[in-house]
Structure formats: C-alpha cells, structure tokens
Design a protein around this ligand. Structure first.
Ligand code: HEM
Length: 519
C-alpha cells in the first residue's frame, strides 16, 4: 500500500482520523511537555537507545564498575542509560558524586521503587525504602546514634579462629570460614544462632539475593511493564511472580526472626534490655518507651546491612595479608610495641595504632564490598553540567572507579597502607580518606559506619596480633597462588580467600585460648 492509498483510506474513516489525530496530539503534547521540563537541555551522553528496550543490550552483564570506568573514555564522566523506561546515570568522578549525592542530597536520596522492588513489600526494609520525610524519623535517628556508640564487645574472627584453632591448633586452616550473620547476631545479642539452627542465616542470605536481583536493571520484563506483576504465579513463564512469593515470605520470616531474637530472654536479663543498656552506655534502662522498637530496628539494620559488608572486608584483608607479607610484618611490629605479647589489643590502643588504622582504610579502598554503594534515585528534575536529569533517575556512584583511579591513589591495585601515613600520622591531605566514599552519601550514608570501623579495627588488630597469615599450600606443601578477584554483584566478596593461619607464637596461642573462654 503506497502512502497516497494509505492516506485516502484513513481519511475515508472518521474514526481512524480521530485515532490518528489523538496519537499525533499525544506525541506532540509529550514532546512539548518534555521540552518544557528539560528546558531544551540534552540528557547526559551514553550509548544510543533502541525503541522500547532502550539500552538493555548495552548494560554490562558483570563487573559493571570496570565496564563503566572504561566507557568514560568514550562518553565522559557522566553516563546515561535508559533500560525499558528505568533511567540510570553513572557517575565516575569523585567531585561529581559529592556534588550530586551529598550537596544535592535533598533531591537525590530516594530509592528505586520499581514494580520489581514493590513485589516483596519493601516498606519493611529501611535500606531500600524510597525517600520519606526530609528529616529522618526519631526511631531512625536513634538507630544511627545507637550504632555510632556501640562498640563490638566480641571479636568474631578471634572467636571463630579460637573455635577452630583452640582445640587442636592445626597447621593450616583451609580458608577464612565462618558464618557472618551468625557472628553478627552473637556480637549484638549474645545469642549463638548456631545453637538454634540456621533459620536466621538462611533468611538473611535469601534477602541479600533479592537485593542483588532488585538492583540488576533489565533482568525482568516486569520493570518495563508494571502491569505484569498482576499475573498469577501459576501462569507458565511467570518467573518473577513465583520468585516474588518467595521474596515476600523471606521478608516476613526475616522480620519474625529479628523479633524473636530481640525478645530472647537469656537468664532473666532479656537481650532487649541488655542491648539497650549496653548501647545507651549508662547502666540505666533506656528512658524511652520506644526502647523495644528502637532495639528491634537496630537489630534489623545491623543484621541486614552489617553482616556481609563487614565480613567481606575482613576476608579481603586476610587475602591481602597473605599476598603482602611486608605489610603484615609492619602491622605486627606496631602491635608488638604498642600492645605487647601479654594481652589482646583494645579500643584504648586505637589512636596509637596508626599503621593498623591505615590498614583498615586500605582494606576498604582495595576491594569494595559495594562498588556502586546502593543506587540513589532523584525526586525532582535537575540539571547537571548542562544536562537534563529527569526525576526518577537512578544514580550509580562508581565508588570502585574513584577508589582505583591511579591519579588519586597511585598503583591502585597494590595494597599499601603507607599511602595514608605522613610523619608517623594518618594524613588524608594528599589522598582522600576512602571512608568518605565507601560508606555512601548524603541522607543515605551508611548508619552502621562507626560500628563497622570499630568492628574492623578490633577484628583486624586482634587477628594480626595473634595469627600469621600466609598463602595457602596444597597437599604437597606447594604454595597456591591466590588471585585477589572479587565476585560480581551488588555486594562483592573475595572469590578465593584461602590462606594459611597459624598462631604467631606459644604466647599468642595462649591469648587465643583465653579469648575462647572470654567470648
Ligand atoms: C565494611 C562495612 C560496611 C560498608 C562498606 C557499608 C557500606 C554501605 C553503603 C555504601 C551503603 C549505601 C549508602 C548509600 O546509599 O549512599 C550502606 C547502607 C546501609 N548500611 Fe552499611 N556498610 C557497612 C557496614 C554496615 C553495618 C555494620 C551496618 C549496621 C550495623 C550497616 C547498615 C546499613 C544500612 C541499614 C544501610 C541502608 C541505609 C539507607 O538506605 O538509609 N552497614 N552501607
């Protein structure tokens, strides 16, 4: 059918003319509305978009942070993708990240509330809730305050190490193996979940899996066509609906587990009270009627956000120690002088242990647990470097690219705590403190960051004080070469954290055994 024939057929039917005009009007109206909103500014640069699916085929499948870093050479520091209507902006430059996510935090602190995220009722999960009131609620503020003050009383690595090593002191531990969620519960509640089965461990793992899926754009069609979420799970091919049943029960079970844990009564002195008393640091009961709610929130936040992040970092540190023996020797030399052979390190040693503090920073920089933090979402239209940023754009700060930029951190792949030390002191005047980036930004900054820094300090200092960490060996005693590679995903873990762990001396062995009875 040629155009003249098509036009005469169309004009012959008033209904078709009406539909056609409606389409043209809707198109022109949306173009005009877009031009008014964007004030004629272009979107940031990025690969060319296809109709409907947009950049679905351009989105990297794995190790996104490396792929996006490499794309900077072609498109510049700010990249834009549209995946089936989900808008994504990737920032690779530290000052851009701080400008948009810190300074403009009022507009950039929401979370993606796509059809996928809404499936398991995320209103129960603070980490991915969209932006609420400008000021965080009382409970949330208290939660951050409590987490900032709580010092981990236990040292899970020592505890796990002592459990394994204390009994028969094996020559070699195959890898750094223990259960992060369980250890986290032990630190916070004094409840040994391994005594009660691993319900909590299982639900936390399932919840983390869902986090990974929810932030992988383009994985499920439901993101583009929200209406698909109403398809019943029994329809063949309705994968995401089946998964959503599982996610929903996971979220409900996690809540129940945390409630149970927070209410566990251990010998007349309930875990709730002990935690409140301990975190308030006063020996008095929390004077607030909301105490139980606060503790439950802190518990949920800590178990959900804290277990894997901290332990992935410590595992990376073990890998680094086996690969960089000189660094380990320097750390141990400092511990020998400051702490001495007759006791374990404590928080009073913290200011004096400069090298250990630098080592914690370097562990956080070297391998990033959350290479993109957790993506933020904008609430209102914005303009950035002459580009239009529509409301609802998901911002991915490429934290990994910043932490591995050779112009900022020379030889970024090398584990070198000295980069943060000058004249015997921690010094961030020439290289930025990684904690400014790895814990996220603006109103979404990690509420557990002080807890995490305390926990990392005491675990790393204690482990290095009593253990020698060397590369793993095979059954013939030949050294196995470990590649310091991390997994790909929202949360990253070292892929191979095998190493050989031995007590440093007979005195160290006694300290390990003492720690076992202490913790
Ligand atoms: C090495 C340790 C840790 C690292 C690297 C880390 C990093 C992060 C990052 C990058 C974010 C996202 C921030 C953003 O969106 O801008 C985050 C959020 C969060 N973190 Fe951590 N974190 C760690 C430990 C912890 C601990 C120990 C807890 C709790 C005890 C915790 C609780 C949370 C929570 C609840 C959120 C969500 C905050 C929100 O969306 O409002 N994290 N963390």
């Amino acid at each position: 059918m040629d155009f003249v024939h098509f036009a005469s057929t169309l004009l012959a039917s008033p209904a078709l003319v009406g539909v056609f005009c409606a389409f043209v009007f809707a198109y022109l109206h949306s173009r005009a509305a877009w031009n008014t909103r964007s004030r004629g500014l272009p979107l940031p640069p990025g690969p060319r978009r296809l109709p409907l699916v947009g950049n679905m085929f351009d989105w990297p499948k794995t190790y996104h942070w490396v792929a996006f870093r490499d794309m900077r050479a072609r498109y510049g520091d700010v990249l834009y993708f549209d995946i089936m209507g989900r808008r994504m902006m990737i920032l690779g430059d530290p000052s851009d990240i701080l400008e948009l996510l810190d300074k403009r935090s009022a507009n950039s602190s929401s979370r993606d509330y796509s059809s996928l995220n809404s499936l398991p009722h995320p209103q129960d999960r603070s980490g991915i809730q969209p932006q609420r009131d400008a000021v965080r609620s009382k409970v949330e503020a208290t939660q951050a305050h409590v987490l900032a003050r709580v010092l981990p009383r236990r040292c899970p690595f020592l505890h796990a190490g002592a459990r394994e090593i204390g009994t028969q002191v094996p020559q070699q531990a195959a890898h750094v193996a223990f259960e992060p969620t369980g250890e986290c519960a032990l630190v916070l509640f004094d409840v040994d979940v391994s005594d009660e089965g691993d319900e909590l461990i299982e639900v936390v793992e399932a919840a983390l899996e869902w986090h990974g899926d929810a932030f992988t754009p383009g994985k499920y069609l439901v993101e583009a066509f929200g209406i698909l979420k109403y398809i019943p799970p029994w329809v063949p091919g309705a994968t995401v609906q089946k998964l959503s049943v599982h996610w929903r029960s996971t979220v409900a079970r996690l809540k129940m587990e945390i409630d149970r844990l927070a209410k566990t009564d251990t010998g007349g002195n309930s875990a709730v009270n002990r935690m409140v008393v301990r975190t308030a640091g006063s020996g008095e009961k929390f004077p607030d009627n909301d105490a139980e709610e606060i503790v439950r929130n802190v518990a949920a936040v800590a178990i959900d956000g804290g277990s894997d992040t901290m332990f992935s970092t410590v595992q990376s540190l073990f890998v680094a120690m086996s690969l960089y023996p000189d660094v380990q020797r320097k750390a141990q030399a400092e511990l020998d002088v400051v702490v001495g052979p007759n006791r374990l390190p404590n928080f009073e040693d913290r200011d004096t242990l400069v090298y250990i503090n630098a080592l914690v920073r370097e562990a956080l920089r070297w391998q990033n647990v959350l290479p993109f933090a957790i993506p933020h979402q904008t609430v209102e239209d914005d303009e950035f470097h002459g580009h239009f940023i529509p409301a609802g754009t998901n911002i991915f700060p490429n934290v990994w690219a910043c932490m591995h930029d050779p112009a900022i951190y020379p030889d970024p792949e090398v584990f070198r705590p000295e980069r943060f030390i000058r004249d015997g002191k921690l010094d961030f005047s020439t290289v930025p403190d990684p904690t400014r980036f790895v814990f996220g930004f603006g109103r979404r900054v990690c509420p557990g960051r002080y807890f995490a820094l305390n926990g990392l300090f005491i675990n790393i200092a204690s482990a290095l004080h009593v253990f020698d960490i060397t590369p793993p060996v095979d059954e013939n005693g030949k050294v196995i070469k470990v590649d310091p590679q991390v997994s790909s995903g929202l949360l990253c873990y070292p892929e191979d954290c095998r190493c050989t762990i031995k007590p440093r001396s007979s005195q160290a062995e006694s300290l390990i055994r003492e720690a076992q009875s202490l913790y």
